[in-house]
Every structure is written in C-alpha cells, then in structure tokens.
Design a protein around this ligand. Structure first.
Ligand code: NAP
Length: 306
C-alpha cells in the first residue's frame, strides 16, 4: 500500500496508539510516525521498543506539522490535549481520536480546534484488557469495526481517514455521535460495569474463598475477570462521559434481571428456557459475522487479543 499521510502524530502511547503505529508500519501508510505520551517513562519505553519513528516530549511538538493527529488518551484527558495542540495545527490537517465515547469528546475537542482543520472523531471497536506502550500489536484491528463520526466534515478528508483505518485492517462504518454512544452502552459499557460488579461480588462473598474463585473460574467467572481487569482510568472516564446512555441500558438490564429473578423464584422454567434460547441466537450471530470464534480455549491457548 502507499503512504496516506506524510506525517502522523499519535498523542498517548498505549494499547491503541501502539497498535495503530505497528499496523501503519505493517502497511506502509505513514511517511513518518511521531508519538508522545504524558510520562517520561512511557516515552522511554516507546523509544526503546521503536514504536514510532520519533518520540517527542510534548503533544504540541508532536502535532506541529503533522497531517494527521490522533488523540489516543483517556476520554477525560482529550480536552487538555486539544487545548495544547490547537495553536500549532497546520491548515488542512486532520484531527481524530480513538475515544470510547463520542458525544463528550466532540464537545471537549471541537471548540478548541482552529478553522481549516478537519475534525473526524473515530472509535475502533477493538481492544484488550492490557494497557501501555508494550501492549500494542499490529493485528489488533484486523477484521474489527472502526466507527467514524464525521458530522459535516469535509468528505475528501473523511475518505482519507477511512482509507487509513481500512489499511490497518478495520471495516469502517459511519454514525451520529448519540447513536454511537447508545450502541456502545449496550455492547461495551454496560457489560463492563456488570463484569466489574460480578467480580466485586465474588470478592465480597465471605463464604467462597478466594482460592475457590480462582480455581473454578473457568465456569463463567473467568470471562468477567478478564473484562474487569481493564484500565481503571479509561473506564472511569467512559462512565462519567457516557452517563445517559449507560444509565438507560442499566435501567433496562435491571428490569430484565428482576424478571429472571421472579422466574427462578416461581419455578417458571419456560420463561428461563425461552430467554436463554433467544440470547444463544445472538451469540451465533456474532460468530457468523466473524467477530469471534466458536472454539473454546478455556485459557489454554496463549493469545494476545482480548
Ligand atoms: P492506555 O494503554 O492506558 O494508554 C493511554 C495513553 O494516554 C498513555 O500513553 C498515557 O500516558 C496517556 N495519558 C493518560 N492520561 C493522560 C492525561 N491526563 N494526559 C495526557 N496523556 C494521558 O490506553 P488505551 O487502551 O490505548 O486507550 C486510549 C483511548 O482509546 C481511550 O480514550 C479509550 O477510551 C480508547 N479505546 C480503548 C480501547 C481498549 O480496549 N483499551 C478500545 C477502543 C478505544 P502515560 O503512559 O504516560 O500515563
């Protein structure tokens, strides 16, 4: 493939930025990749492992002269980063992000960008529970979806960003910010909160020892623990910034949970059977769409992906 952007700046050098850098290199899509992170420690690791062509000390330095700037920091940090890079952005540059929430990021970033810069928010639906500059891998986005939220951005600039995401392995869709935030509340944000809660419940339950929880975790709990090991800062920011949609989904979840509780209490096996038959079909649909495999691994297969 050929170069799409002469210079790409990655602000924040964790799982997502690291994977983007490796995937862009794999496909030869960027003339130069410049990266930066908040801490000297992360910058030193990124230099040591050669994550980017150049690692600089500040976001402003990274964004200066870049054709594409991607904000890869937690959602709550986007505003401060946008304020720092706004004054140095070059005319015609594209600014994007990878934040898990879109409405709040748009509100935080858009007002800080100068005229003549294209702002095209994005969210790759790919991740693992690992963070930091060593967590990235080039295959993270392969056959995963990336949602662009372009609003009324320039269509040529959108096509260029779409080509980048497709070039690093993603399928690309476009959505409105509100709809994105609702879809993600269902598919990601509420499930994470439920996993955090389930692991918290097990931790609090005195009658089951910690060693039993760990030893017998393959009975379902293991998948919750993987999700509940996700980065606390990132997920705190997701819930604080996608409040309305998450609360709406949790309200519906609570109602369904009460209905299942009643079915168990009253011995309504038909209700339980019908419910589980419906949910099983959703799992089959995900496998048929190529978004997971049916192969059980029970934690025995070493895998980098979450
Ligand atoms: P990560 O591995 O924890 O990396 C975050 C990066 O942001 C680090 O380089 C960190 O710098 C920097 N950072 C943290 N707080 C900052 C602040 N206040 N100011 C400036 N820089 C700061 O995170 P990630 O998983 O790549 O997530 C990055 C973004 O992608 C988030 O917005 C998240 O919502 C989104 N996302 C994540 C996933 C996922 O599954 N992980 C999936 C899709 C989208 P230091 O290392 O120096 O602290």
């Amino acid at each position: 493939m050929s170069v799409i952007y002469d210079r790409v700046a990655l602000i924040g050098l964790g799982l997502i930025a690291g994977s983007m850098a490796l995937a862009m290199k794999r496909a030869g899509l960027a003339g130069e990749i410049v990266g930066t992170a908040r801490s000297a420690e992360t910058r030193a690791v990124a230099r040591e492992i050669g994550l980017c062509d150049r690692v600089v000390d500040t976001a402003a330095e990274a964004a200066d002269g870049a054709d594409l700037v991607v904000l890869c920091v937690p959602v709550g940090a986007m505003s401060a980063v946008a304020a720092e890079i706004g004054p140095v952005l070059k005319q015609g540059a594209t600014v994007s992000d990878v934040g898990s929430v879109k409405g709040a990021v748009i509100a935080a970033v858009a007002p800080q960008l100068p005229e003549g810069v294209h702002f095209i928010p994005a969210h790759p639906l790919a991740g693992t529970e690992h963070s930091g500059p060593r967590a990235g891998f080039a295959e993270l986005f392969d056959n995963r979806w990336c949602i662009l939220v372009p609003g009324d951005a320039d269509r040529a600039a959108v096509a260029r960003l779409r080509a980048l995401w497709e070039g690093i392995g993603s399928n690309v869709d476009e959505m409105e910010a509100d709809h994105h935030d609702l879809v993600l509340a269902v598919t990601s944000h509420a499930p994470h909160l439920i996993a955090y809660t389930m692991v918290g419940v097990a931790d609090d339950l005195g009658r089951v020892t910690d060693s039993e929880v760990i030893k017998y975790s393959a009975a379902g709990f293991r998948d919750f623990t993987r999700i509940a090991a996700s980065d606390p800062t990132m997920w705190r920011d997701v819930f604080l910034t996608n409040k309305d949609a998450t609360l709406e989904i949790l309200g519906r979840f609570t109602e369904e949970l009460f209905a299942l509780q009643r079915a168990i209490r009253t011995g309504d096996g038909q209700h339980l059977f019908d419910y589980f038959t419906r949910t099983r079909a959703i799992r089959r649909g995900i496998i048929e769409a190529g978004q997971d495999t049916a192969a059980p691994d029970f934690g025995r297969t070493p895998s980098k992906a979450g």
